[in-house]
Structures are given as structure tokens and as C-alpha cells.
Write a protein that binds this ligand. Structure first.
Ligand code: MG
Length: 444
């Protein structure tokens, strides 16, 4: 079952030459969204990791576009996924924090989802991997726009199965494995999850037929606990975390092989990213944000800036590195535009169509906001970032909570040098912009 083929060329010779001008955008491309769980900005070979081997993702980046200023809309799982599938800041959807098993909350029925839009435009829609947008029946994938699903409903550590080396103070129910929203197993052997999810993704691609398809493959890896398959365990110099990332990279290769075998190399857009930054509290079991500060749960860059690779021959120029400020929020309007899916006029979106950016254009000037657990905690505008502490009100500040911090992310990507005292007028201007944004948003 586990293929160990060598790395075939992703593209036929001459299909896309390095630096070649882009001439023909595939009409209504298939869309494959690959989403890692807790992968850090610094955890891939093409993002500078010295020991984790990711040849398939490195190749995808070399044949497509690698982003260096790509943001999640949240620093933890549930709100990040909600933002991806709605194009809206989590504060608007009410999914501001991580959901636990049995939670009464979930992605509200009033929210229009990406798979709903694409299905309405004639796409078949499939979801594989980790859901985490509500585990009550009305919130599961097939109720929220997917034709099929093969998934666990929340994170892989929320299980009654003993986790090696982890003492949990929470008594979780058995972890279900769902097919089309119905439980078919409990506490599946996680050693084989990536392999099983990959086989499902491959089957989905091969059986797609003539309709365009949308495949959302949200990996359970490399979220702790780490379970690498037998053929990857003990292989990475980075240890158990590296084993899991390298298996995920193998999975990317299998997906690309399936696209090639099914004749879809020239009419498919593939995007790879991560829901949030590395879980640093797990020490060596967690990942790395590289030169970025902090990780998961934080609004410093390491929590919310993610690796992102996009590949689509005919649309995306090969060997491109793009430093435009872009967001997971942009994927819904972008995919909708490429698919010819109409957006309801009443829909308030926080993302924008970045198809021109994918084609090589510079990104537009924009303001991107850092929300964390229903609090507005920061703003990026150009190279500048303003960050405030929890509890700080952008409208007037709160004594004892510290002053806003100001960073120039182009010059200081690690957020080491607070310039607020040197640039008080700029800091005040950004604070006023944050205040205006906060006043414009109606929290759910
Ligand atoms: Mg996560």
C-alpha cells in the first residue's frame, strides 16, 4: 500500500520552464488544499530547515510560488480553519478558540463555506483528515458543503487512547474516525492515519471524473502526539517530529503522482500551508518557526506567519518567491474567482482575490489584523506591525497592560527591536487604525 517510488518529475519536460512567462490560466482548475497542523515557518527544507527532508514540497515550491509573508487568521486550530473555509476573521463567525469534543459550538449554519460555493459552481467537494469545526452532527463536513469526508472530528490528542509520554488531565471520549460524517472506528491506530488519509486523497483524485473537483486535505500531522508510519519512524535526523513531517512530505508526493496519473497536472491548483505556528511548549516534539518569534497561541509572527506554497502551471510562474502580505482569508475569494463561483453581495469578507498575485503581480497595499480569542491584538501595514498585550483596548489603552510594541518586519523579522518609542506618531496612527477596525467588526 505504501508506495516508495522515486520522485518522478512533477511536470512533463517543457511544460513549465523556469522563469517562463505565464500565458494560459487553466479554466476552472481543480483545487487541492493541503493543510498541515502546527507546522512551523521554519520546518521545511525550502524554508531553511537544516535537517528535515521535504523534497516533494521543495520541488513544488521550485515549480511554483513560495510565500514569505503568508498569514493564518489565528494562532490555533479551530479559528484558523474557520477563517480558511469562510474567508472571515474568526471573531465574525464566533469560532475564536479551540473546540473540545462534545462542544455545543461549531461553524454556524449561517456561514457560507468555501465548499458550498465551489459545489454551487459545479465542483465535486471532498474533505480528508482533521475537521475541528464542531463535532455535533449539524456541524460535520457533509453538512457544511462537502460531498464526502474521511476524517477525525478534532485534534489527534483528544483521545481516550493512552498517548505515550503524555499525561492528560482531561478525560476525552474515544476518538472517532468518520466516513461521510458517520463513525466507522474509534481510536484508530494513529500510526497509519497519514497513510490512510493519503490513500483516500489519491482515490478521490483518481475517481474525480469530468467535473472539476475541490479536495481539502487537512493533515493531522505534525500535531503532537507524533505518530510516524513504520517506513518513516526513526529515519529523520530531526527525531520524531522530523519523521512525521517527512511522512507528510511523502504524502504530498503521492498526491502529485495521483494528479499526474489522472491527467490533472495542467488543470489543477495546489496550495500547501499550515493552520498555525509550532507548538513550542512540546519542546523537541514541537516544530520551529525559524527566525520568527514565538509560536502557536501567540500573535508574534511565529504564531501566525506560515509556510505557503502554491503551484499551478499556466497560472503561477515557476521558481517564484513572493513577499506580498497574503492571508488564508484570501483563499475563499481567490478560489471562488478561479472557479467562476458567484459571491453573494451581502457576504462580508476579510480576504481578497489574490489570483493576480499568484500570477506574479505585486500584492496590493493592505491592512491585516491579528485577532486572538476575540481580542484584536495587532495590525500589519506595509513593513510595520503594531502589537498590544491581552486586555489592551486599542481605543484608549488600559493601565498596567504595557505599551503597544512597534516592529519593522522587513528589517527585524524576529521582532527583537521595539520602535514604538522612536516612532510615536506612526504607533499612534496604527493604533487608531486598529481601533477603527475593531469598531467596524460585529462579533458573533
Ligand atoms: Mg493546529
Amino acid at each position: 500500500m505504501l508506495s516508495r517510488r522515486g520522485f518522478l518529475p512533477i511536470l512533463a519536460a517543457g511544460a513549465s520552464r523556469a522563469g517562463a512567462s505565464v500565458s494560459r490560466t487553466p479554466r476552472r482548475p481543480n483545487i487541492v488544499m493541503l493543510y498541515a497542523d502546527d507546522l512551523g515557518y521554519g520546518d521545511l527544507g525550502c524554508y531553511g530547515h537544516p535537517t528535515i527532508r521535504t523534497p516533494n514540497l521543495d520541488r513544488l515550491a521550485a515549480r511554483g510560488m513560495r510565500f514569505t509573508n503568508w498569514y493564518s487568521a489565528a494562532s490555533v486550530c479551530t479559528p484558523s480553519r474557520a477563517a480558511l473555509l469562510t474567508g472571515r476573521y474568526p471573531v465574525r463567525t464566533g469560532l475564536n478558540h479551540v473546540l473540545s469534543p462534545g462542544s455545543a459550538a461549531g461553524l454556524p449554519a449561517s456561514e457560507i463555506t468555501l465548499p458550498q460555493l465551489l459545489r454551487g459552481a459545479g465542483y465535486s467537494t471532498s474533505m480528508v483528515g482533521k475537521w475541528h469545526l464542531g463535532d455535533r452532527p449539524q456541524f460535520l463536513p457533509c453538512q457544511r458543503g462537502f460531498d464526502t469526508s474521511f476524517a477525525i472530528p478534532y485534534s489527534n490528542d483528544m483521545t481516550s487512547s493512552p498517548v505515550p509520554g503524555v499525561q492528560s488531565s482531561v478525560a476525552y471520549p474515544p476518538l472517532p474516525l468518520l466516513r461521510n460524517d458517520k463513525s466507522i472506528e474509534t481510536n484508530p491506530d494513529q500510526t497509519f492515519l497519514t497513510q490512510r488519509f493519503t490513500a483516500e486523497a489519491v482515490r478521490t483524485i483518481r475517481s474525480a471524473g469530468r467535473r472539476p473537483f475541490f479536495l481539502y486535505f487537512a493533515h493531522t500531522a505534525p500535531h503532537v502526539p507524533l505518530y510516524a508510519g513504520p517506513q518513516f519512524r526513526g529515519r529523520s535526523a530531526r527525531g520524531a517530529y522530523g519523521d512525521v513531517v517527512e511522512e507528510m512530505d511523502w504524502s504530498v508526493g503521492e498526491v502529485m503522482h495521483a494528479l499526474e496519473d489522472a491527467g490533472h497536472l495542467h488543470d489543477t491548483l495546489v496550495v500547501f500551508s499550515s493552520d498555525n505556528g509550532p507548538w513550542l511548549a512540546q519542546r523537541q516534539q514541537g516544530g520551529s518557526a525559524g527566525l520568527l518569534r514565538s509560536g502557536k497561541t501567540s500573535v508574534y509572527e511565529g504564531g501566525m506567519r506560515e509556510p505557503c506554497i502554491a503551484w499551478c502551471p499556466g497560472l503561477i510562474p515557476s521558481r517564484s518567491v513572493n513577499s506580498s502580505v497574503c492571508s488564508m482569508l484570501d483563499l475563499l475569494p481567490t478560489f471562488a474567482a478561479l472557479a467562476g463561483a458567484a459571491l453573494p453581495a451581502s457576504l462580508v469578507l476579510d480576504g481578497q482575490d489574490i489570483a493576480p498575485v499568484l500570477a506574479g503581480a505585486a500584492g496590493p497595499e493592505r491592512e491585516l489584523f491579528y485577532w486572538n480569542d476575540a481580542e484584536l491584538r495587532g495590525l500589519r501595514r506595509g513593513p510595520w506591525k503594531l502589537r498590544v498585550n491581552p486586555g489592551f483596548s486599542p481605543g484608549g489603552g488600559t493601565p498596567g497592560l504595557g505599551a503597544p510594541e512597534l516592529y519593522n518586519l522587513d528589517e527585524d523579522p524576529s521582532e527583537e527591536y521595539d520602535l514604538a518609542a522612536d516612532r510615536p506618531v506612526l504607533a499612534q496612527d496604527l493604533l487608531a487604525r486598529m481601533s477603527a477596525h475593531a469598531a467596524s467588526v460585529t462579533p458573533r
